[in-house]
Design a binder for this molecule. Structure first.
Ligand SMILES: Cc1ncc(COP(=O)(O)O)c(C=O)c1O
Length: 401
C-alpha cells in the first residue's frame, strides 16, 4: 500500500540523493567508493562559531524563536547586506529559515499558483524543479550551453516569457555549472524583465563568497534596483562558512513577500533553531578566505586533471565547488564487458562500477552528455577519484579520438 499523495508522485528523489544512496549501497557491500555526488564542504565549522552556539545554550536561548528569525539574527543579516551587497532592507523584509532550501520552498509555496510557469536556466540545482513540480507549477527549462558559459541570454529570456510566467530562478555562482554573470549581463536580463510585471525573480546567491580568479559578483537586486520589489534574494551560511549541518539560510525581499513566507514557515517549522541562529550571526567571516582559496585550488586541480583525460572536457568554473564534465565522446563506446554506454546515466553507472566513483548524471539536471562532480573534498580523495575515472575511461573500447 502506498501512503504517498499524488502530489508527491510527481517528485523523484534528487539525483545527488540517489547517487549517494547508490554509493552507500556499494560501500555497504565492501566496495571502496568515493562519493563525488553530494555537494558539501568537507571543512569543519570554525571553532568560534561552535563557541557562539555553546554560549547561546548556556545563556538559555533555548525557547521557541520567532517564526521569522531572532531580531539579532535578522539585524545581522541587514548589516551584512548593507556592508557586502550594497542592499538596504528593513527588519520585516528578512526571513531566517532552516537552510536556503526552506527559503526556496517558502517562496514558491507562498506565491505559485497551479499551472504557473517557472523559468530555469539549464543546468540547474535539481531541487528547484522538484519544488516547482510538487507545488503544481510548470518548470520551463531554458537551454544554456557550455559554449555560452551556461549563462542565460536576454533574448532567450524574452522568448520564454508567457502570460503564465511567474518566476525566473537565477543562481550564481551556479550549482552545477559554476557560471558567474558579469554585472552587465545581469543588468540586461533585468532590463528585459522591466515591463513583465507579473514575473518575479528569485536570486539564489548561496555561493556568493566562493568566487575564483578574483571575480566579484554583485547581488541581482543591487544591480537591478527597478526590480528590487519583485526580487527575492536567497543566501545562507551552509557553503562558505562550512555550516551545512546547522541549517541556516535567509531570504530578503519586499515586506508582503516575506509576510506570506512567514505564514508558510510558521506552519511547517515554527522557526529556525535558536542556537544555530546565534551561531550563524556570530559566524564572522574568518574562515571564508581560507575556504575560498581551498576551493579554487581544488577547481584548478580538477580542470588540469580532466584536461589530461581524452574523451572528457571541463571548462574552468567561475565559482562554487562543482565540475560539470562533458562526456559526449564516451557515449556509444562499449564498456569492457561489451555493453555500450548509451547515456550519461550509463557513464555514471560505469564509473561507479569500474572506478568506484559516484557522480550525478547531467540529464537529471537537463544537461545530457555531462556529469557533475563535487570538488569539495580533500585533495587526496579527489586525486584518487580522478585516477579511477582516467583509468575507467582509458579502458573503454572504441573511444573516439
Ligand atoms: C544552488 C543551491 N541553492 C540552495 C542550496 C541549499 O542550501 P542549504 O544547505 O542552505 O539548504 C544549495 C545546496 O546545495 C544549492 O546548491
Amino acid at each position: 500500500m502506498s501512503f504517498a499523495s499524488s502530489r508527491l508522485a510527481l517528485v523523484k528523489p534528487s539525483a545527488s540523493t540517489w547517487v549517494s544512496q547508490a554509493a552507500k549501497e556499494a560501500k555497504a557491500q565492501g566496495e571502496d567508493v568515493i562519493d563525488l555526488g553530494l555537494g558539501e564542504p568537507d571543512f569543519d565549522t570554525p571553532d568560534h562559531i561552535k563557541d557562539a552556539a555553546h554560549q547561546a545554550a548556556l545563556r538559555g536561548e533555548t525557547k521557541y524563536p520567532p517564526s521569522n528569525g531572532t531580531p539579532e539574527m535578522r539585524q545581522a543579516v541587514l548589516d551584512k547586506l548593507k556592508r557586502e551587497n550594497n542592499l538596504d532592507y528593513a527588519l520585516d523584509e528578512v526571513i531566517v529559515s532552516n537552510g536556503a532550501t526552506q527559503v526556496l520552498f517558502n517562496t514558491l509555496m507562498a506565491t505559485l499558483e497551479p499551472g504557473d510557469e517557472v523559468l530555469l536556466s539549464t543546468p540547474y540545482f535539481r531541487r528547484y524543479k522538484d519544488i516547482v513540480l510538487r507545488l503544481g507549477g510548470v518548470p520551463v527549462p531554458l537551454q544554456c550551453t557550455a559554449g555560452a558559459g551556461f549563462r542565460l541570454k536576454p533574448d532567450q529570456l524574452s522568448k520564454a516569457i508567457t502570460p503564465k510566467t511567474r518566476w525566473l530562478l537565477l543562481n550564481q555562482p551556479s550549482n552545477p555549472s559554476g557560471a558567474v554573470y558579469s554585472d552587465a549581463e545581469i543588468a540586461s536580463l533585468g532590463a528585459m524583465l522591466a515591463d513583465h510585471e507579473r514575473v518575479l525573480v528569485l536570486s539564489d546567491e548561496i555561493y556568493e563568497q566562493i568566487l575564483f580568479d578574483r571575480r566579484i559578483s554583485h547581488s541581482f537586486a543591487a544591480l537591478c534596483p527597478h526590480l528590487k520589489d519583485r526580487t527575492l534574494t536567497v543566501k545562507g551560511v551552509s557553503e562558505a562558512n562550512a555550516m551545512a549541518g546547522w541549517r541556516i539560510g535567509y531570504g530578503v525581499g519586499a515586506k508582503a513577500f516575506i509576510a506570506a513566507m512567514i505564514k508558510v514557515q510558521s506552519q511547517i517549522k515554527s522557526g529556525a533553531c535558536s542556537i544555530a541562529q546565534a551561531a550563524a550571526l556570530n559566524g564572522s567571516q574568518n574562515g571564508v578566505p581560507r575556504f575560498r582559496a581551498a576551493f579554487e585550488r581544488l577547481r584548478n586541480l580538477v580542470v588540469a586533471r580532466v584536461a589530461d583525460i581524452p574523451g572528457l572536457t571541463l571548462d574552468p568554473t567561475g565559482g562554487a565547488f562543482y565540475g560539470l564534465i562533458g562526456c559526449d565522446a564516451l557515449i556509444d563506446s562499449p564498456s569492457p564487458d561489451g555493453t555500450p554506454l548509451s547515456s550519461d546515466a550509463d557513464v555514471t553507472a560505469y564509473l561507479l562500477k569500474a572506478a568506484g566513483v559516484a557522480a550525478v548524471p547531467g540529464s537529471t539536471l537537463d544537461l545530457p552528455h555531462f556529469f557533475r562532480i563535487s570538488t569539495a573534498m580533500p585533495e587526496e580523495g579527489l586525486n584518487k577519484a580522478l585516477d579511477g575515472i582516467a583509468k575507467a575511461v582509458a579502458d573503454l573500447k572504441g573511444l573516439s579520438p
